[in-house]
Design a protein around this ligand. Structure first.
Ligand SMILES: Nc1nc2c(ncn2[C@@H]2O[C@H](COP(=O)(O)OP(=O)(O)OP(=O)(O)O)[C@@H](O)[C@H]2O)c(=O)[nH]1
Ligand SMILES: [Mg+2]
Length: 463
């Protein structure tokens, strides 16, 4: 990537959320950051920020026209290049109210700063080479993390784990490309069969690495967005009771009347750091009125969108035709069979249920709260069956990154197919080049203004 010259203008924005808070921050970045702040800041020790050391704090006041005090503040300075943006960054820490912050921002804008665009501080960090694109996107994922696992994954991405894997894979591909392009100058006869096999093996290895990244990316999506789990089963088997038992609160209405639950009920829980969305559904098979018709539609939609189904059976009575009909609807989904009401006399056996539906089965009592932790562990394991997350390193969790990986894999597979057809290496190289450029856009080794706009417009102003 070409070295980008530092931007000429100095940007400013309120960096803290709108509303009341203990502290609010107006942040500036750019060549004029210190000079602009000096125009509005009265330091208690009367020394200008311009002369301050980097990583220092100054106490004083922000003053507007004719020296009218706007707020009492602490100003911090981080000089280029050791700052978030690699430019001079000054942060004015004021009281966290909407008025002081707005007035301070107005003052710095009136004195030469420009209002920052969404994500412009992070964009500058990227353009100035402090972060690559995947790392810059991790900043947004950290802010939006819904669970500890998501946070951990994004922090790892920020530290460059994903970028290193992608860059090394791309370097590998560039070497293959260079060797292919060098061979293009030779006639077909001069390229030995041995070297063709070697190209083939090298491409296979690249393909395998891309596939592995994509497969692990499925976990990444769940880490990032949470696991959507639907509680499904015929009326009265204890679906709502199970929801309540997992939540440890009487959230859903439970009665002995079949068809109690109509609307889907959605709640979040945290299982070992994983965000899990639990959805209780209506269990009727046929509707008798408009409400039940809508209830059925909602159940179907939830089933379609979920990552995992808890298929609940009443363990105290024999299986019925209804159970089998519902089982048909989830045969292609990832699911756990939950044999409920284990506190009553058992009429069905857990291993037989696992065999019947070809899914793992667990026995619980929602009423007595028995075996609920075992069920939670099983839910967790459907995502992390290989063991705890810590052993797995960072996984690709960003939708843009996944899309690039999938397209790169398609291009690499096309390169393999072209090679297998014994077409000229020139054509193979053409396919491979597509994959290389795609991966470059993931980390930002290759980028366009349009791509940066798409990425950074999702950030908040001030980040
Ligand atoms: N003994 C026993 N009874 C249970 C258990 N779980 C649920 N029940 C009872 O079964 C009945 C139905 O429970 P719900 O949780 O409402 O069942 P549901 O599957 O949500 O039913 P619908 O909403 O009608 O589809 C209630 O009387 C519960 O008290 C259990 O583990 N043991
Ligand atoms: Mg219910």
């Amino acid at each position: 990537m070409a070295k980008v010259a530092l931007a000429e203008d100095t940007i400013a924005a309120i960096a803290t959320p709108w509303g009341e808070g203990a502290i609010g921050i107006v942040r500036l970045s750019g060549l004029q950051a210190t000079a602009i702040v000096d125009k509005v800041f009265l330091a208690k020790n009367k020394k200008p920020i311009l002369d301050s050391k980097t990583f220092s704090l100054r106490y004083g006041w922000i003053a507007g026209d004719r020296g009218v005090i706007v707020d009492e503040v602490v100003v911090s300075l981080m000089r280029a290049p050791k700052s978030y943006t690699r430019e001079d960054v000054v942060e004015i820490n004021s009281h966290g109210g909407a008025r002081p912050l707005a007035l301070i921002l107005e003052l710095v804008l009136a004195n030469g700063a420009r209002m920052a665009e969404p994500g412009e501080f992070t964009k500058r960090a990227f353009l100035n080479g402090r972060l690559d694109l995947a790392q810059a996107e991790a900043v947004l994922d950290i802010i939006r993390a819904k669970s500890d696992l998501a946070l951990k994954n994004s922090l790892s991405q920020l530290s460059g784990t994903i970028s290193r894997q992608i860059k090394s894979l791309r370097k590998n591909m560039l070497e293959i490309l260079a060797d292919m392009e060098a061979s293009v100058d030779f006639s077909e006869e001069d390229i030995s069969a041995v070297s063709l096999v070697s190209f083939q093996n090298r491409l296979f290895s690249v393909n395998a690495q891309l596939k592995d990244l994509i497969e692990r990316g499925f976990k990444g999506k769940i880490i990032r967005d949470g696991l959507k789990v639907v509680i499904f089963g015929k009326p009265n088997v204890g679906k709502s009771s199970l929801l309540n038992a997992i939540l440890k609160q009487e959230r859903a209405i439970v009665t002995s009347i079949a068809g109690t639950t109509r609307d889907t009920i959605e709640e979040y829980i945290n299982i070992k750091g994983l965000a899990v969305q639990l959805i209780d559904t209506a269990g009727m098979l046929k509707h008798r009125n408009k409400i039940e018709k809508e209830a059925l539609l909602r159940t179907r939609k939830a089933l379609h969108e979920c990552d995992l189904v808890l298929f609940v059976l009443d363990g105290s009575s024999a299986l019925t035709k209804e159970d089998w009909t519902l089982a048909q609807q989830i045969k292609d989904k990832k699911a756990l069979v939950v044999v409920n009401k284990s506190d009553k006399k058992r009429r069905i056996k857990v291993p037989a249920m696992a065999a019947n539906f070809s899914k793992p089965a667990i026995e619980v009592s929602a009423l007595k709260g028995k075996n609920i932790e075992v069920l939670e562990e099983a839910i967790y394991r459907t995502v992390f069956d290989g063991g705890p997350f810590a052993d797995e390193g960072a996984v690709v969790s960003n939708a843009r990154h996944m899309d690039i990986l999938k397209k790169s894999l398609m291009a690499c597979e096309a390169a393999c197919a072209t090679l297998a057809k014994k077409l000229s290496l020139e054509f193979v190289a053409l396919d491979l080049r597509k994959a290389v450029d795609g991966l470059g856009a993931l980390t930002g080794e290759v980028f366009s203004d349009k791509l940066l706009d798409v990425i950074f417009s999702k950030f908040c102003i001030g980040k």
